[in-house]
Design a protein around this ligand. Sequence first.
Ligand SMILES: [Zn+2]
Length: 77
Amino acid sequence: MIIEELNEELELDKRTYLPFILKTNCKCYNKELIRNLSTDYLSYPTVNSEQTIHFYCEECDVSIKEKVKFTVKLEQI
Ligand SMILES: [Zn+2]
């Protein structure tokens, strides 16, 4: 079998759950902020495209943005 990858953007579902946990730190008290994408869905994320993930720090009422790029891996088993 040959797998040919098209490097095209693809919009996913309104509620897309993904098997990732993202962590970042807020500058306030170096508080760790967590987004569990397996329970906290993303709306219409796009594959092969830049995506902004928002984190919210309750301690200082600040929104933190991190950029990611989703890719899909397909392999023969
Ligand atoms: Zn903070």
